[in-house]
Design a protein around this ligand. Structure first.
Ligand code: TXA
Ligand code: MG
Length: 325
């Protein structure tokens, strides 16, 4: 890592994926596309490599990271899957779901990546570029979102460059991440699955597979780490964020939803989904926050977003973006 040199830019073709895998194998940091957001990857078995992730992101060291794997078989080497975990993995992997399970006897994810916990967070990403890369690396790859800690997550290679250029070894450019919000994190530790973070798989999807209602994180859960996705202030643009806005002050930027009329006095204005489609809104969310922020406004007014389906994950990210810093 050299602050004066820019990060290597790799196309997501055969040669680019091979080079990215080679760098990861050497203990270097590589940002790569997943279907949710871009991840900042490093060999999860190598604490020196994992430390480079925390350094590049300026992330507090106690946050556990997700280990990414090419398939369920590779994940089962790392963690112990109970019936619920197996049902969810079979239903949603590859895809935007992370399972927190007890670490298995063969777990190679290092203590630093697990923040010293007895559990491990595992995910098989939904896009073929990431899975090709992971299959070539042949080891779990730790990857938080590829942004500076606390900032808006990246859904394009250009977002990664804006935050991390020169601080990481390479960026594998696989175009725009189609889901746009991070994976849903479910803990399967004690027989009753808990939703730790809403994300690309909706609560309704989980409950359809499990056949029962899924609880949130236990308030007194000592196993519950202080993770960035769980911090009050996170995903924050520079501007203040004002939720459930029905009016707009002069000079404010506006984040609209569902074809609300544009406001003429707004400094900048974007509609997450003119047709009111929550999947489209999720895909556009982080990129819209970045571009409204770039207008130089002091405040972003956000229209109400329905809390159904992917709206739960969208509203979760917006609440954190709006939280006092
Ligand atoms: O979509 C995603 O999940 C993206 C892409 C790159 O895969 N990754 C991502 O990672 O969002 P990160 O590090 O930003 O979020 C990891 C989440 C945090 O909320 C963390 O607290 C939780 O997973 N987590 C990780 N290990 C855990 C554990 N052992 N117990 C409970 N939560 C854990
Ligand atoms: Mg993140």
């Amino acid at each position: 890592m050299n602050d004066l040199r820019s990060s290597l830019r790799l196309a997501a073709d055969e040669a680019g994926i091979l080079e990215a895998a080679r760098l990861l194998g050497l203990g270097r940091t590589v940002a790569f596309p997943t279907e949710t957001v871009y991840g900042l990857g490093a060999d999860a078995t190598d604490p020196t490599a994992v430390a480079l992730i925390y350094a590049a992101k300026e992330r507090p060291r106690f946050n556990p990271l997700i280990a990414h794997l090419a398939d369920l078989a590779a994940a089962q080497v790392q963690g112990v899957f109970d019936d619920a975990a197996l049902a969810l993995a079979n239903a949603f992997w590859p895809g935007p779901l992370t399972l927190v399970v007890p670490a298995g006897p063969g777990c190679t994810v290092c203590d630093l990546a697990r923040a010293g916990l007895a559990s491990v967070a595992l995910r098989v990403p939904g896009n073929t570029i990431a899975r090709d890369l992971l299959a070539r690396v042949g080891r779990p790859v730790a990857a938080p979102s590829a942004n500076r800690s606390g900032r808006v997550s990246p859904t394009r290679a250009a977002h990664v460059r804006a935050d991390l250029d020169g601080r990481i070894d390479a960026i594998l450019d696989g175009g725009t991440a189609p889901v746009g919000v991070e994976s849903t994190v479910v803990a399967c530790l004690d027989g009753s699955p808990r939703l730790l973070r809403p994300g690309g798989v909706t609560r309704g999807d989980l409950e359809r597979i499990l056949g029962y209602a899924v609880a949130g994180p236990a308030p007194d859960d000592s196993a519950r780490p202080i993770g960035p996705g769980l911090l009050a202030s996170h995903y924050a643009p520079r501007a203040r964020v004002r939720l459930d806005a029905t009016t707009v002050a002069a000079g404010e930027a506006v984040l609209r939803f569902g074809g609300m009329p544009a406001v003429t006095e707004a400094r900048a204005s974007l509609d997450l989904s003119p047709g009111g489609d929550l999947a489209e809104a999720a895909a556009n969310l982080f990129s819209a926050l970045r571009s409204l922020d770039a207008s130089g406004t002091e405040s972003i007014a956000v229209a109400p977003i329905p809390q159904t389906g992917l709206g739960e994950a969208i509203n979760d990210r917006l609440r954190r973006a709006a939280a006092p810093r």
